[in-house]
Design a protein around this ligand. Structure first.
Ligand SMILES: [Zn+2]
Length: 87
């Protein structure tokens, strides 16, 4: 998903906030980071979500929802797995 910067219309925006959380927290961290990631332009810096076109905003919201559902599903599976082993 590549989105042109809504300010300068010269650069593609970059998703930020993924790398560190993902490195330390594994898959769940990636999913959580994905749900809170922000976008920035190499020229203009951080761009608020409200400046992006509606189409892009709804696409991001959809992906965030899926990420949250995925993170919850993994947590439930992990808890179920360890709960089963304790018994
Ligand atoms: Zn820009």
């Amino acid at each position: 998903m590549q989105q042109m910067c809504p300010r300068c219309h010269e650069q593609y925006v970059i998703k930020s906030g993924i790398s560190n959380a993902g490195r330390y927290a594994g898959l769940v961290g990636v999913l959580v980071a994905n749900s809170t990631a922000s976008y920035q332009c190499p020229n203009c810096g951080k761009i608020p979500m409200s400046e992006f076109p509606d189409e892009f905003q709804s696409d991001v919201k959809k992906k965030r929802t899926l990420s949250v559902i995925g993170a919850v599903a993994i947590l439930v599976l992990v808890v179920a797995f360890f709960g089963w082993r304790v018994m």
